[in-house]
Design a protein around this ligand. Structure first.
Ligand SMILES: [Zn+2]
Length: 359
């Protein structure tokens, strides 16, 4: 079985879910604090003077989140690495895998440390966002003439819901793109777990003496990788003889290909061991811009569902409000649209992309 950066995707779900839940939990924490005593006089003053308590709650929660990340990342990346070893296969791979993982513990640790640094770098902004929402809602409610208890609830629910729906933003990747919290975590995990997966596969190829690999022809392909589709690459840099690659085209070393963008994050191209005289060329010409467009449309619809779900989480602590009913209706509408889209285009639905916050 071939190895691909896409092999990191299923590991990304675990951390994206963790951070989705965390974002929703933080919104809930803010909303619950705001909703407490909302019927009472002097609510705004009381809430402002409680800001420190909110901060402490949020800090405690985020510290726990960080501990959870630290406790689990090595195992997660060891799994990703090991899945690459298994995917590369060869006789006795199941028995050999634990040994290869142990021998490369340092590499796995380095992936884990890098990823832990990236995902935990979001914590400061998460905390700031929680406190910011808390204070903006107080200001919003205090700044409006409210005529009764129900009205104050309505105004607060609306304000939290609006801010919650936008998510925690402002995370930028190396390409300068802006991400929402759990999409950012998902992207970072997918990237690093994908690297670990591929590295596991390459280490296995090397261990079994296979130096040549062949690039798959990915459906819905990425442009950067097209020049390498169906080509043979060398892991060590030893150039194969014409006889070895007969009927195939050699495109240099994997290292060179990577430096030209091949196997970028989210890449769905895969590497399989190449056996001279036995490996057949993969089918050609599969450029599929339509598929890429559909996938992006589906992601946008999934994002819409998650945004609406966060709005519900923000409004719910204020009881039965117009805002809560509107947010719940929005969730149903967007879920309906997503199901219709998936049904129409027969695309495999990825339930985890709809969970709170994940993007
Ligand atoms: Zn690619």
């Amino acid at each position: 079985m071939p190895v691909s950066p896409d092999g990191g995707a299923r590991f990304a779900k675990i951390l994206a879910d963790l951070y989705s839940d965390a974002a929703a939990h933080l919104i809930g924490l803010v909303s619950n604090r705001l909703a407490a005593g909302i019927d009472q006089r002097g609510w705004a003053e009381q809430k402002l003077s409680d800001t420190l308590r909110l901060r402490r709650d949020a800090q405690r929660f985020v510290a726990t989140l960080g501990d959870e990340v630290d406790a689990n990342l090595y195992d997660l990346l060891a799994d990703a690495y090991s899945s690459g070893v298994l995917a590369a296969g060869g006789p006795g791979v199941a028995e050999a895998a634990p040994g290869i993982v142990a021998a490369n513990r340092g590499a796995v640790q380095a992936y884990a440390a890098e990823l832990a640094g990236t995902v935990k770098s979001t914590h400061t902004r998460m905390l700031r966002s929680a406190e910011d929402i808390y204070q903006r809602v107080i200001a919003d409610v205090a700044g409006q003439v409210v005529t009764g208890v129900q009205t104050r609830r309505e105004v607060a629910a609306k304000a939290v819901s609006r801010l919650a729906g936008a998510g925690v933003r402002g995370f930028t990747d190396r390409a300068g793109r802006n991400w929402e919290l759990s999409s950012y975590v998902e992207m970072a995990t997918r990237t690093t777990a994908g690297q670990a997966h591929v590295q596991g596969g390459l280490d296995r190829y090397t261990q079994t003496g296979r130096d040549l690999v062949i690039v798959s022809d990915a459906p819905e392909e990425c442009e950067k990788c097209r020049p390498f589709e169906g080509r043979v690459l060398s892991l060590s840099g030893r150039e194969p003889t014409a006889e070895e690659v007969k009927g195939h085209r050699y495109a240099g070393t994997l290292r060179e290909a990577r430096s030209r963008g091949f196997m970028h994050p989210n890449c769905r191209h895969a590497l399989a061991g190449f056996t001279p005289g036995l490996t057949k060329p993969p089918a050609r010409d599969t450029a599929d811009p339509e598929g890429d467009k559909l996938r992006q449309e589906q992601r946008a619809l999934e994002r819409g569902v998650r945004d609406a779900k966060r709005k519900v989480a923000g409004a719910a602590p204020f009881g039965d409000t117009e805002e809560l009913r509107a947010a719940q209706a929005l969730v149903r509408l967007r879920q309906f649209k997503l199901r219709a889209f998936v049904g129409e285009h027969d695309r495999k639905r990825l339930p985890y992309r709809e969970t709170l916050g994940a993007r």
